[in-house]
Design a protein around this ligand. Structure first.
Ligand SMILES: [Zn+2]
Length: 193
């Protein structure tokens, strides 16, 4: 007599699991829903304390923009396949199943391609997206930002300010004090305590 309810329960569980994977798979590539974003913005308008933190500098797209310049062949030799896909081909790793989403150690995150200092663990927060998320870059020369209109979305792409490698995107629904959410790929970074 318990067969049917158990079956229904398992089926519901499987459906919820499938739905959450679908939702989470696009969490980094899309903005949160409009209501959540509006709430987040109301709660996290950048206050005076935000000025204490560096921001991403806009990209200039000049030939000498990045101090570290290599050919794609050189990058391919230096980087692991997943690193190359993300850093050089603007790929996105899977949520949750990545190195640093759940890393709570104190330390610094560096660019996996050129060792540029990117983010300090003091600005890392739980975004629930499954990707390591920060509310500010480590320094004014850590990252650069440019508009990204790929995949039918208007997003702000974040690249390493030293080598131009793709790191992730920045959204304006982050926590205090800046209100920014830098949604990064673990494989594009290395972490040192
Ligand atoms: Zn770099």
């Amino acid at each position: 007599m318990y067969t049917l309810p158990y079956f229904i329960l398992m089926r519901t569980y499987a459906l919820i699991l499938a739905l959450s994977f679908l939702t989470l798979g696009t969490a980094c590539s899309q903005k949160k829903d409009v209501l959540a974003t509006a709430k987040a913005q109301a709660a996290t308008k950048p206050g005076p304390a935000a000025k204490a933190y560096p921001t991403a500098q806009p990209m200039t797209n000049k030939a000498a923009e990045f101090a570290v310049r290599k050919t794609e062949d050189e990058w391919r030799k230096q980087l692991a396949p997943e690193q190359f896909t993300i850093l050089r081909e603007k790929g996105t790793e899977r949520p949750f199943a990545n190195k640093y989403a759940d890393n709570h150690e104190t330390g610094v995150y560096y660019c996996a391609a050129c060792d540029n200092k990117l983010f300090d663990s003091a600005t890392k927060f739980e975004s629930g997206t499954g990707w390591p998320s920060f509310f500010a870059p480590a320094t004014a020369t850590s990252v650069k930002v440019q508009q990204d209109n790929s995949y039918g979305m208007s997003r702000d792409e974040i690249v390493c300010a030293r080598c131009g490698g793709h790191l992730g995107h920045v959204f304006d629904d982050g926590p205090k004090p800046t209100g920014d959410r830098y949604c990064m790929n673990s494989a594009a970074m290395t972490f040192k305590k």
